[in-house]
Design a protein around this ligand. Sequence first.
Ligand code: AMP
Ligand code: ZN
Length: 117
Amino acid sequence: MVAMQECIFCKISSGELPAKIVYTDRDVIAFEDINKEAPVHVLVIPKKHIPGANKVDKGNIELLGRLVYVASKIAKDKKIESSGYRLVINSGKDAGQDVLHMHLHLLGGRKFTWPPG
Ligand code: AMP
Ligand code: ZN
């Protein structure tokens, strides 16, 4: 596991690394993805270091529900609420998870295909 001191998303949430922050509260922060895959591409993360979906437990279920809640609010702010959007959590190697700090991708502003690649 990546040590928390080395985690880029922990550094963004502490302000040590810059990011285009679009939302923040006590427990959650959201910022623009540095390499956008769609006109709207925002990452919503818990400020607390949770490595990924495998590490969801009874103590953080509510926090993770709030990621979806925050993403829906940002979708509204970005005016993609009615056109639609996709929420993605990549977990592990086969899904292509690169950053081992759990994050919810909010993607929108274009049409997506299904099944995903
Ligand atoms: P994943 O493949 O699900 O782990 O997604 C990681 C995402 O983090 C990718 O979409 C990257 O473009 C994004 N990313 C990596 N570093 C940064 C950064 N410093 N600021 C914003 N987004 C980043
Ligand atoms: Zn982290």
